[in-house]
Ligand binder design. Structure first.
Ligand code: NDP
Length: 401
């Protein structure tokens, strides 16, 4: 029986994970649940899954949750604030942690779970982008097992040789090919993108996801962050990671070997598949996802990404090449700009423009420790706000633990 903590339990990944867990009551129990402020949904989840712990970052919302659970007569202990999230990440009640908080806010709890040596299912790509080498070191030193559930990285993971040790050349790997759907604006005239709304940007053709990652998919910053994530997870240089647009989202990524073999993982675009794969690894369990009918699919197509339509992808490669704090700065600028776009305070093209201007304005520094990364994150958030003409309190203060 595995005991699972979910960070980001009320989100889209949380929903998919709890759906898989509920299908296997003999294999998994829910030990702890954490979210930001959605007390109503977390209370309902506590009633259904009866975890030992529940935490909300928002202290007021945690009080509401506590009253609600007491009213239901549930024994779940309620925690509040950054310390509550950290306890959910490293509590003794859980051996497995799903890291699915959105954005940089997930960094510290995810690293805490790595240090605590958990079996760690990582969806929160921003934690890897910011934490990078420090995150991977924490996992090694803590004895954690990292299992990627971002669908592309999970696909790569499934196509790697058993016991892969982070060195593509030694494993005979020529390149990793990450697929991208191209999002809702793949065919929209570039000149029309200035007028697109948040709801249009969030209307992803294949995946149902939270709003931040949906906007990132539209700009392809999502793929850029995934290139950085793949670099850290699999030890591959940027030159060995390529992106290809695949509008059907059936091939989730591929690994090319030096003998010319290309291995791919296919499936319906449904996050329950990678989550079930990682939960059960190295075994396999039913995820509830339907079978793939290749004859009905008939055709799968691929195309190169257009750099003029998707400037954010190029920025991610530039930041990875630049090294040091550049990827942290890019991620922070993107979080500020996407939040401003979703709030109607910035246009869609301003997202890429803000990322480029923030990268140009904030000097690149060495990142030796997590503290260095957090300093770069804070500096970039301030710069991005200034570039967008927003007050500093629009920067988001996710790194509070
Ligand atoms: P959602 O927006 O649907 O959910 C976000 C979750 O994080 C919610 O539980 C939210 O709580 C919680 N949260 C937000 N901010 C904070 C905070 N400051 N502290 C603690 N908890 C917080 O996002 P998704 O589920 O779509 O995405 C989660 C992560 O997974 C992202 O990093 C995304 O890039 C990645 N991912 C998502 C995929 C998908 O298909 N959705 C696919 C691959 C990766 P509350 O509800 O209380 O606000």
């Amino acid at each position: 029986m595995r005991r699972v903590s979910l960070l980001g339990a009320t989100g889209s990944i949380g929903d998919s994970a709890l759906d898989v867990i509920a299908r296997h009551p003999g294999r998994y129990t829910v030990a702890a649940l954490a979210a930001h402020r959605n007390a109503g949904k977390l209370a309902a989840l506590c009633g259904r899954f009866r975890p030992a712990l529940a935490a909300l970052l928002d202290v007021e919302a945690a009080r509401v949750l506590e009253r609600e659970l007491a009213g239901q007569g549930l024994p779940t202990r309620v925690l509040a604030g950054p310390a509550g999230l950290l306890e959910v990440a490293r509590c003794a009640e859980a051996d497995t942690v799903l890291a699915a908080i959105v954005g940089a806010a997930g960094l510290e709890p995810t690293i805490a779970a790595a240090r605590a040596g958990k079996r760690l299912l990582v969806a929160n790509k921003e934690a890897l982008v910011i934490g990078g080498a420090a995150f991977m070191r924490a996992a090694r030193e803590g004895g954690a097992t990292i299992l990627p559930i971002d669908s592309e990285h999970n696909a790569v993971f499934q196509c790697l040789p058993p016991g892969y040790a982070g060195d593509p050349a030694r494993a005979g790997i020529r390149r990793l090919l990450l697929t991208a759907s191209g999002g809702p604006f793949r065919l929209r005239a570039v000149d029309d993108l200035g007028a697109v709304t948040p709801d249009e940007a969030c209307a992803h053709p294949n995946w149902r996801m939270g709003r931040k990652v949906s906007v990132d998919s539209a700009t392809m910053m999502n793929k850029g962050l995934e290139v950085i994530e793949a670099h850290h997870l699999f030890g591959a240089p940027a030159s060995a990671i390529e992106v290809v647009i695949h509008p059907q989202s059936v091939v989730h990524s591929l690994v090319e070997y030096v003998d010319g073999s290309v291995l791919a993982q296919l499936g319906h675009p449904d996050m329950r598949t990678p989550i079930a794969q990682a939960l059960a690894w190295p075994e396999r369990i039913d995820s509830g996802v339907g079978r793939l009918d290749l004859a009905a699919l008939a055709a799968l197509s691929f195309e190169a990404p257009d750099p003029a339509r998707f400037p954010c992808l190029g920025l991610a490669y530039e930041a990875l090449d630049a090294g040091g704090s550049a990827t942290v700065v890019l991620n922070a600028a993107n979080e500020v700009a996407v939040a401003a776009f979703l709030a109607g305070r910035a246009s869609y093209p301003a997202i890429a423009a803000t990322c480029a201007a923030t990268l140009a304005r904030v000097p690149r520094r060495a990142v030796a420790t997590l503290a260095d990364a957090l300093d770069a994150d804070a500096e970039a958030r301030r710069a991005a706000c200034a570039i967008l003409g927003l007050p500093a309190d629009a920067a988001g203060v996710p790194l509070a633990a």
